[in-house]
Write a protein that binds this ligand. Structure first.
Ligand code: ZN
Ligand code: ZN
Length: 366
């Protein structure tokens, strides 16, 4: 299946017109991949996809010009390092028939110095964010994207299995992370984005920095892994316990499992994101662990591993068919252990369907 980049650009231009924005400027990063199918590596050199309701141009440093030509037929305006971008920017503006844009929308990851350059060039006082325009487009995945996300998720499943196999007393968290990273690559992922291995009391930190702690008998081990395949992210969390889990562990795991199931059941097409968060949170609160569920229930996922929609207690955004997001409630008990279980799901007419094929039961390692 092919992705229709030209169609995406046309759709973005139509939205620009509707929103009364004269110019959108997108820096290297996920939004550029979304609109062109590739991105130069972001660095200190200004680089923008410039889009008006009627035209588009790409301003690139010369060293990226040849690579850009492979991916896009848009008019390129290149500049040498020695010259700086001003003249190329003026040429691009002339091509776009741009005088002084009253309303500029900039991609949210643009460097401040690159934004200031645009503001000074055109005397823009108050830029807006391009995410208002692009995030809703990116949130609803098309069939080609869903197919890639499936393949990306399969690499995360393979990495999780490898992490389980590496969990044994004496192994460090980093050993387990290495096993997961190798498995990601063997399964076809181009990038390993994060390998969070949180053992024993470290599991009480939702974003623990994987370290040299050695796994011990009795430890609960949180395994949260993400990679990228064909630019699309994966993200999964599963739990292992070395030796038979304690009754307290079992109770906490069962509560988180019930929260995942409640959120999955609440996730029907068109329901507000907050309803999914509330469904998960209610289960954990009723079990008496409410204060230990210290984050939102989930986040959107696609070209970025965290992107809209965010599954929080206040987000009224409806979860439309095609939206891909995580359901990942957790309970973190300081000084003891933590349990998080994470599924990536796609909203369908029938409800939320998960990408992973792995069960959520604790993997008992003896
Ligand atoms: Zn996640
Ligand atoms: Zn995760």
């Amino acid at each position: 299946m092919k992705i229709d980049y030209a169609g995406r650009l046309r759709q973005a231009q139509a939205r620009l017109g509707e929103m009364g924005t004269d110019l959108m400027a997108i820096p290297p990063g996920d939004n550029l991949i979304y609109l062109l199918g590739f991105t130069p590596i972001p660095d200190e050199r200004p680089c923008y996809l410039l889009v008006t309701p009627a035209a588009a141009a790409f301003l690139v440093p010369s060293l990226n010009a040849e690579q850009a030509k492979v991916h896009t037929t848009l008019p390129l305006f290149a500049y040498a390092d020695a010259d700086g971008p001003q003249a190329a920017l003026a040429q691009a503006a002339a091509h776009l028939k741009l005088r002084s844009p009253r309303r500029l929308a900039a991609g949210e990851t643009m460097r401040a110095d690159h934004l200031l350059l645009l503001m000074e060039t055109w005397g823009v006082a108050r830029p807006a964010l391009a995410s208002d325009l692009i995030a809703p487009m990116r949130a609803r995945k098309d069939p080609a994207e869903i197919e890639i996300l499936h393949r990306s998720a399969a690499t995360a499943d393979a990495a999780t299995e490898a992490a389980f196999r590496a969990c044994r007393p004496g192994a460090t968290e980093l050993d387990v992370a290495d096993a997961a990273a190798s498995a990601f690559r063997e399964a076809g992922a181009e990038e390993v984005c994060f390998t969070l291995i949180a053992s024993g009391p470290n599991g009480a930190f939702p974003h623990h920095h994987t370290g040299a702690r050695r796994l011990q008998a009795g430890d609960a081990v949180g395994i949260d892994l993400g990679g990228r395949l064909g630019h699309y992210s994966s993200d999964i969390t599963r739990m292992a316990v070395l030796d038979d889990p304690s009754p307290r562990y079992q109770k906490v795991h069962a509560t988180v499992e019930a929260a995942v199931q409640a959120a999955m059941a609440a996730a029907k097409p068109g329901v507000p994101a907050r309803q999914v968060d509330r469904a998960a949170r209610k289960v954990i609160e009723e079990a008496g662990f409410g204060e230990f569920f210290v984050h939102r229930t989930g986040h959107g996922l696609g070209l970025a591993d965290h992107e809209p929609p965010y599954i929080t207690g206040t987000n009224p955004e409806p979860l439309e068919v095609g939206v891909v997001f995580s359901i990942e409630p957790g309970i973190y008990l300081p000084g003891e252990f933590g349990v998080r279980l994470e599924e990536i799901v796609v909203m369908t007419e029938r409800g939320a369907e998960r990408f992973s094929a792995l069960p959520r039961e604790v993997r008992v390692i003896k």
